[in-house]
Design a protein around this ligand. Structure first.
Ligand code: ATP
Ligand code: MG
Length: 175
């Protein structure tokens, strides 16, 4: 879809407002001005954001906060989803994008497929994802997606996209 990327993201994030209220979790947001002529894949965007947000709400206890901040950076949109939840230890952090992987001892329901899908979709959109987490304190996922037509097509149509670089940065994790 062409145009309206910020408006679309705003709507997606606000659709989690009632969940935030029910769980007594704060939802803070920062959005930039609309990006002109941005191209993005609605479906992929929807699945990426809703998976990351549902994790944030699932793994954050009552009284916590989820923060979404969106920035535009030339031909990219940068989306950060942070929570003040249970966090992920550094060993597990290396594996969370694997299919069916769940952190040992995770009591919340799930199948371990969400983040594998997110990573796949970010790759297909020609983007990058990184994660930072601190056990017991919270987690931040950062995604950077190209929204120029040219870059988006490179991500979509090349088997091995040269701009795909999924990074996990466990060395920046503090415990
Ligand atoms: P589902 O397939 O329903 O998404 P899931 O949430 O267990 O199941 P993923 O979304 O792939 O699977 O997440 C993998 C694991 O990473 C989770 O089981 C959980 O242990 C951990 N995790 C993911 N997001 C967070 C988060 N925001 N805070 C703490 N732990 C998280
Ligand atoms: Mg999940």
């Amino acid at each position: 879809q062409q145009g309206g990327v910020i408006k679309y993201l705003r709507r997606l994030v606000y659709s989690f407002e009632s969940m935030a209220e029910r769980q007594n979790i704060g939802l803070n947001t920062t959005f930039p001005e609309e990006i002109d002529n941005a191209w993005f894949d609605r479906d992929k965007m929807e699945k990426i954001i809703s998976n990351l947000l549902s994790n944030a709400f699932k793994y954050t206890p009552s009284g916590g906060t989820v923060t979404v901040s969106v920035e535009s950076e030339k031909e990219f949109v940068v989306i950060m989803i942070s929570d003040t939840g249970k966090g992920i230890d550094p060993q597990s952090l290396n594996r969370i994008f694997e299919r069916f992987y769940r952190v040992e001892g995770t009591e919340e329901k799930g199948s371990g497929i969400g983040l594998a899908l997110v990573k796949e979709l970010v790759d297909l959109h020609g983007g990058q994802i990184s994660v930072n987490s601190s056990k017991g304190r919270g987690t931040t996922f950062k995604i950077r997606l190209p929204v120029s037509r040219q870059l988006l097509q490179a991500g979509d149509f090349q088997e091995e996209s040269p701009i795909t670089d999924t990074t996990i940065l466990p060395e920046t994790v503090q415990q």
